[in-house]
Design a protein around this ligand. Structure first.
Ligand code: UDX
Length: 491
């Protein structure tokens, strides 16, 4: 169907424009999607904010268009501030995006090329509004699970019916805890109540941000749902065998106006070129050599993603729990992982408690940032202690690695519910972290019969993921449908 350029024999190119949300957990799936679409013959143009800008030199095959966002100052650390920044980013770059988009559309049109559509992160509602005002079809990429999107859409109903905000419960606890201990028990049991409108979630698994964050998360989710509902299609980084019922539910809700494409796991469909082409932090690849020297399934990989923050207490209990377990480990202690660590005299440069290195010498490795996909694929890795961000969860599932779960915020508690209760490939270490509990949990995952069963079930999921992306698999078919859909959008 390639048309001929009016000025010569140059085939008419089809462009897809992308706009990722500039956070690691969102950049990764968007660039993997870029790889998939590029392999199908689309020319890729990436719009990006100045905040956490990608390095164009690492992707010579794509065109990059910077969109100034006017935001200055250091990246926020506290999760409430991160969410506030995410909400602010869309409006902050809207005027500049309008100009840049108009210029790019004009340029491609003058050169005889076609622009099929824009694919933007669902958290960038103003970007969708700009595209719509210019009659450019826009598809939404949601980087979380299908189940978490169902929770986004149900959020107002969950608030109306009194399941949320959870903070109301905590606030009341704070006020009454001393005088009404029975009341505390009742509230605690409410957290374990099933939410019949959204199985298998319990109240405690619903999307949340912690005390004071309710208004922010409600706004964040409402904007994402509005973006999806205004879009020409929803792209989800999940696969049918993992979330069959959840995908069916979303399709029912969105109906034909917004087709849903379950194209995951994107990182398996379009693996990283050279390892860390999209990493905001430099990946320390030396840990792969260290893993080469370890026995099969022996190493616990510990990482809490790009945003989660722990207290110095939690870090110390984690460290001493790891040390006490006797299990070999690879631990990512990224800059900023520990709240206020730079002010603390009790933590060394790597934020770890004094004596930890000596206590674990020869048995483990600590890095600032790891090539996580390669690490999870490594035969030596037998378990993953994770915060259960959706990318980490998918990456673990796809490599058959069972999980020890410690969710922090947002979709993470809901992801853990699936890991523990639905897929049964891991379990949560809940409550206050304490070294004895940590030690026991690590041993359970790495050395018990129970842990071996979780590993076997994770192996089954790995096979299911491989089938989905294989010839005729559900994700492969979804990509075919997505490509056909995109072609149908280009006028
Ligand atoms: C955030 C939210 O925490 C998460 O719940 C949501 O689903 C997406 O946005 P993040 O905390 O970054 O994500 O976690 P996650 O979704 O797991 O993404 C982290 C990414 O960074 C993964 O793709 C992982 O492979 C990569 N990573 C992590 C590394 O490359 N190296 C590391 O050392 C750690």
């Amino acid at each position: 169907t390639a048309a001929v350029h009016p000025a010569g024999p140059h085939p008419r190119r089809r462009h897809v424009l992308l706009f990722p949300l500039p956070y690691q957990g969102h950049i990764n799936p968007m660039f993997r999607l870029a790889g998939v679409l590029h392999a199908r013959g689309f020319a890729i143009t990436v719009f990006h904010t100045s905040f956490n800008a990608p390095d164009p030199a690492r992707h010579p095959q794509y065109r990059f268009v910077p969109v100034p966002d006017g935001i200055s100052g250091p990246a926020p650390v506290a999760i409430e501030d991160v969410v506030a920044r995410i909400i602010a980013l869309g409006p902050a770059c809207e005027p500049a995006f309008r100009d840049r988009l108009a210029a790019v559309l004009d340029e491609y049109s003058r050169s005889g090329d076609a622009v099929a559509c824009l694919v933007a992160d669902a958290h960038l509602l103003p970007v969708f509004q700009v595209a719509t005002s210019m009659a450019l079809p826009a598809l939404a990429l949601r980087t979380g699970s299908a189940a978490s999107y169902a929770c986004f859409a149900a959020y107002p109903m969950l608030c109306d019916r009194g399941y949320l905000p959870l903070v109301r419960i905590h606030d009341m606890m704070d006020a009454f805890i001393d005088s009404f201990p029975v009341f505390l028990d009742q509230q605690d049991s409410q957290l374990d109540m099933l939410v019949p409108e959204l199985p298998p979630y319990r109240v405690r698994d619903l999307m949340q941000l912690g005390k004071g964050g309710h208004g922010l998360i409600r706004e964040l989710l409402a904007r994402a749902v509005a973006a999806v509902e205004a879009s020409s299609g929803l792209i989800l980084n999940t696969f049918d065998a993992l979330e069959h019922g959840e995908l069916a539910g979303i399709r029912l809700d969105l109906a034909a106006a917004v087709p849903v494409f379950d194209v995951g796991p994107l990182h398996k469909l379009s693996p990283a070129a050279g390892g860390d082409d999209i990493s905001l932090l430099r990946q320390d690849r030396a840990c792969l050599e260290w893993l080469d020297a370890q026995p099969r399934d022996s190493v616990l990989y510990v990482s809490f993603g790009s945003l989660a923050c722990m207290t110095p207490w939690d870090l110390a209990e984690t460290a001493w729990g790891i040390a006490g377990s006797g299990v070999p480990f690879l631990w990512v202690v990224r800059p900023g992982l520990v709240r206020g660590a730079c002010q603390s005299q009790h933590y060394n440069q790597q934020q770890l408690p004094e004596g930890f290195e000596a206590a674990t010498r020869g048995r483990g490795m600590v890095v600032s940032w790891a090539p996580q996909e390669d690490v999870l694929r490594h035969r030596a890795v037998g378990g993953f202690w994770t915060h259960n961000g959706w990318n980490s969860t998918m990456e673990s599932v796809c490599e058959g690695v069972p999980m020890l779960c410690r969710p922090y915020f947002g979709d993470q508690p809901g992801n853990v519910r699936y890991v523990e209760h639905v897929w049964r490939v891991g379990f949560e270490v809940g409550g206050e972290l304490e070294r004895g509990t940590v030690e026991a949990a690590i041993r359970r995952l790495m050395t018990s019969a129970d842990g071996a069963e979780m590993r076997a079930r994770a192996g089954e999921l790995k096979k299911a993921a491989a089938e989905c992306i294989g010839k005729g698999g559900s994700s492969c078919l979804a990509i075919d449908k997505l490509v056909t859909h995109i072609m149908s959008l280009d006028s």
